[in-house]
Design a protein around this ligand. Structure first.
Ligand code: NAD
Length: 487
């Protein structure tokens, strides 16, 4: 049994889709594993009127697929409390304060509180303000923490305004900004592979690495999300957050220890050196795309999707080159791309190492060794290296050493949300985005968006089912490189 965590966990948006699909099952898994035992309570709060019994039934249904022992599940559910509240009304918080204090005493929770904001982003600042002004943040607790859903702003300006609101109530070390990609097993594996093997650790720099590629490709189109997506695009929906956070693990300096403060400091050393582009540099280093029909005509173009304005200039594909102005990465491009309606669904990192000098002579053609970390949908690690061909002359060929996450491993792997709730309860911020990283990612992305807003592009410019516009391939070809993953 692991050490028990003592906490009062409050879910704002407690009747929402995310709470039901992810947050309650994840909390239940933490109970099954013994992280939560007796000294915990969970409050769900939302606008709907629900009795305790109705709320318990909602939680029961949401965890049903994970229950092996109904008595154990009922024990878990008995720790759940519901409070109906309009979170924009300060007066509603008095009842919540009473319930917090009552549960604190009943379960001996030591004033430890986690407030999880699973509500629309426009409420984040308001809730933080009232948590402070209405006395919900304890003075005597071991901790008070805020977990906050995405998106964190829609530009640097809006993110900064939100950050200022939050910091009236919470210090940055108390704020756990969710980026569920950071909770993924294989994203966390980047650190294990890089820092766990002196071979890779020593070679993780401009002397041995030619370029690094991060791909987050989707097969699906915009589906029913155009209302939101048309205002965000791939740039703000996928690049600013998930892609940049993955890049953080790849580009960071080696941390002094694996503690969150050291990890954040090492990541920030890289983020602070990211070159922010001017308009000409955006045109040189970034490519935008919008999907057209599929070759067989069965999939429609973005502009014909429901709720998409007929003249939309929104990007459904982004490819770009990042440059870190630090000694480690001098001259090493980081290529990133993300898009909808691409040939394959894949989240992956390809680290392209430099070619060796050919001492073999003759017709030997050495390839770039490539280390690939497969994140989704199939986890795994591949390492393509040069080895001898079987022919009688001395020739080489590429062999692929690979490992795939087994079904057994998958069963044991916590869901990102389970891991993130656990880490926040544990006070470990390693796998959460900190303000400095978020701010720089927004400044970087804003510069691109501004440059794009100033010019019109001829859309659509890629066929659904391809790997994006030809300009994405040209971007790498200019540097003498090519995408490792071709769909
Ligand atoms: P949802 O619309 O299903 O639920 C919203 C919840 O907020 C409901 O419980 C509702 O009662 C409550 N609420 C709304 N206005 C309120 C008010 N004035 N007072 C009190 N409660 C109020 O939303 P969701 O899909 O659960 O998403 C919640 C958050 O999580 C959002 O920030 C979203 O961006 C983020 N998110 C959701 C998902 C997902 O898969 N659903 C994934 C990633 C991030």
């Amino acid at each position: 049994m692991p050490a028990e965590i003592t906490t009062l966990l409050t879910f704002f948006g407690g009747t929402g889709d995310l709470a039901k699909r992810k947050l309650y099952p994840s909390t239940y898994n933490l109970f099954k594993k013994g992280f939560l035992q007796e000294h915990f309570a969970v409050i769900g709060t939302a606008r709907q009127e629900l009795t305790t019994e109705e709320f318990h039934e909602m939680v029961r249904e949401s965890i049903a697929d994970f229950v092996e022992d109904q008595a154990n599940a009922e024990e878990f559910i008995s720790h759940f409390y519901y409070i109906q509240q309009d979170i924009t009304d300060a007066n509603g918080y008095a009842a919540m304060l009473d319930l917090n204090n009552e549960l604190d005493a009943k379960y001996s929770l030591k004033g430890n509180r986690i407030f999880y904001m699973s509500v629309a982003p426009r409420f984040f600042g308001t809730v933080a303000k009232y948590l402070k002004s209405e006395g919900l943040i304890t003075e005597n607790g071991e901790y008070n923490r805020l977990m906050i859903e995405k998106p964190f702003g829609t530009s640097f300006g809006t993110a900064e305004a939100l950050q200022n609101e939050l910091s009236e109530a919470f210090e940055d070390a108390q704020i756990f900004r969710i980026d569920h990609y950071l909770g993924k097993e294989m994203v966390q594996n980047i650190a294990a592979v890089r820092f766990g093997n002196p071979l890779f650790d020593a070679a993780w720099n401009k002397d041995y690495i030619e370029n690094i590629q991060v791909t987050l490709s989707e097969v699906l189109g915009v589906e029913e999300r155009a209302g939101y997506y048309d205002t965000a695009g791939a740039l703000r929906d996928m690049i600013q957050n998930h892609t940049m956070q993955i890049v953080g693990w790849l580009a960071m300096e080696k941390p002094a220890s694996f503690k969150d403060v050291d990890i954040r400091a090492a990541k920030n050393a890289a983020f602070n050196s990211l070159k922010i582009y001017n308009r000409e540099e955006v045109a040189e280093n970034f490519v935008r795309g919008q999907y057209g029909e599929s070759a067989d005509g069965t999939q429609k173009k973005y502009l014909d999707e429901m709720d998409v304005p007929a003249d939309s200039q929104n990007n459904t594909f982004v490819a770009g080159k990042l440059q870190f102005e630090m000694d480690r990465w001098e001259g090493v491009p980081f290529y990133i791309r993300s898009g909808k309606r691409l040939a394959a669904k894949s989240t992956r990192v390809d680290v392209v190492f430099k070619k060796g000098l050919n001492i073999f002579g003759g017709d030997v053609e050495l390839a770039n060794p490539v280390l690939t970390i497969l994140i989704d949908p199939k986890g795994g690690i591949e390492f393509k290296i040069n080895a001898k061909d079987v022919t009688s002359e001395f020739l080489t060929r590429v062999v692929n050493l690979n490992w795939t996450v087994s079904d057994e491993d998958k069963k044991l792997t916590p869901e990102p949300y389970e891991r993130m709730i656990h880490d926040a309860m544990d006070g470990n911020g390693s796998n959460f985005a900190d303000w400095n990283g978020v701010a720089i990612a927004w400044k970087f992305v804003d510069a691109i968006q501004e440059a794009w807003d100033a010019t019109r592009e001829q859309f659509p410019n890629y066929v659904s089912g391809s790997m994006g516009p030809e300009a994405s391939n040209d971007l790498l070809a200019k540097d003498g490189n090519e995408w490792v993953f071709k769909g």
